[in-house]
Design a protein around this ligand. Structure first.
Ligand code: ADP
Length: 417
């Protein structure tokens, strides 16, 4: 029986020829594959002569590093595949060109080098794909961040630009009103003035929402912590929405719960705004004759307030998206600007503002609803979890709630922090 290195010499050229025939499809790949396989064969020869099979590593690294982005995406030119196929072809060629015992001896001697080359190729390939995917992910994150920033910038600029003409309209409107009052014809024009007043108030509200979203986005929302009671907020809302509830024939029930009548520290005005958004939505997305209720429970250190309705509900797949700005669902073209009419739309800023206010308090908000069904009306429950602060927040508690609120940056602007 001839020594292994002589047998390898004998099969080497045939093996390379067979490999090129079986593996290379185009002329271009044939040329690069030929170079790679000849170097690989030389490395195997060195390992046969008792040399270090590690000589194959730099070659595998070069081959792996030469794979282009589209190769990685399509898994074309996979190093592991080429090695495995070349291994198979070597086995066939050795069987064909050598005696059975010589082929067996040669393959057994080459096995450790072939296996370690294969293992190393797998490692390189995993690393290449992982770093490619990480890069892709970073790029998509950057694009998303850029998009979000442009949205934020747009809101801030639009709010600023709309404020000035609105102030002018309001000013001229009141001057016009005064003049007409002077002529004694105000009653005649009352309905027109009411319409204009209503329109400019609605516009002002939208601009204020845009300003709030922009403050929240830039973590500039400052809270004015004062002693307050949650049940006062709920009663205030019931009073404010009485006309709308009458018009929509809806019932609004407040169920007192442990903690709702306790004095806690919070920004009452902002919390009122947050709950007002939830109640407005509950009224809007509940058909006439439905029920809206506020209840809750006490948890250690927190209260969990539930704002429930018997309305159309929200599909589970939309329950995260609605908290994003402009995350309004449904057809934007079928949009009425009324605040409380059934499914009367809005700009989709209410829930992001509510979430921003609750988070700034160190709390959390989420929604529960089985599905969205306008016939069956499964209803929606919003949970608002708020920390029960018995003292105004100090630096210590500010630190404690910092990860939740991202509030530390603005500590100097806040009255409490
Ligand atoms: P909008 O200005 O559209 O009311 P919001 O941010 O307040 O914006 O709400 C976002 C979307 O969440 C709404 O367009 C609506 O589809 C859905 N939504 C919010 N509250 C409810 C609710 N109680 N019942 C059903 N859908 C709701």
């Amino acid at each position: 029986m001839k020594p292994n290195h002589e047998n390898f010499q004998a099969v080497k050229d045939e093996w390379l020829k067979d490999c090129l025939q079986q593996l290379a499809i185009t002329e271009e790949t044939r040329a690069s594959l030929k170079g790679f396989l000849s170097e690989f064969a030389n490395g195997l020869e060195i390992s046969l002569a008792g040399g270090d099979p590690g000589v194959l590593k730099p070659l595998l690294e070069r081959w792996s590093g030469a794979r282009t982005l589209s190769d990685l995406e399509s898994s074309a030119g996979s190093l592991v595949q080429v090695l495995q196929q070349a291994h198979g072809v070597l086995l066939q060629t050795a069987r064909r060109c050598l005696a059975a015992d010589e082929a067996l001896a040669l393959m057994s001697r080459l096995q450790p080098s072939l296996l370690s080359a294969n293992e190393y190729a797998i490692k390189l390939e995993i690393e290449a794909v992982t770093s490619h995917l990480t890069r892709e992910l970073e790029l998509s994150n950057q694009t998303l961040e850029r998009l979000d920033r442009s949205k934020s910038d747009f809101i801030a600029i639009a709010a600023h630009e709309l404020k000035t003409p609105l102030t002018l309209i309001e000013g001229y409107l009141s001057m016009l009103k005064e003049r007409i009052e002077y002529t004694g014809m105000l009653d005649e024009f009352a309905i027109l003035f009411d319409g204009m007043d209503h329109g400019s108030r609605r516009l002002k509200q939208i601009i204020e929402d845009m300003v709030d979203v922009s403050l929240i986005d830039n973590q500039l929302l400052s809270l004015n912590f004062q002693p307050m009671w949650l049940d006062r907020i709920f009663e205030g809302l019931k009073h404010e929405f009485e006309p709308a509830l009458m018009e929509r024939k809806q019932e609004f029930t407040i169920h007192p719960f442990p903690g709702s009548d306790e004095l806690i520290y919070g920004d009452e005005e902002r919390l009122y705004q947050a709950f007002r958004n939830l109640v407005t939505n509950a009224i809007k997305y509940t058909p006439d004759g439905g029920t809206i209720s506020i209840s809750g429970r006490s948890l250690p250190g927190f209260v969990d307030v539930l704002v429930q309705d018997t309305g159309i509900g929200i599909l589970p797949e939309n329950q995260v998206m609605i908290f994003e700005k402009f995350g309004r669902l449904g057809n934007t073209l079928l949009h009425t600007s009324s605040k409380t009419s059934f499914k009367g739309g809005g700009p989709g800023l209410g829930l992001p503002i509510t979430k921003g206010i609750i988070s700034a308090h160190g709390g959390a908000i989420w929604v529960e609803s089985e599905t969205c069904d306008e016939i069956r009306c499964p209803g929606t429950t919003f949970h608002v979890v708020l920390p029960v602060r018995k003292t105004p927040p100090d630096h210590l508690s500010a630190k404690l709630f910092e990860p939740l609120s991202g509030f530390e940056r603005n500590r100097d602007n806040d009255t409490g922090f």
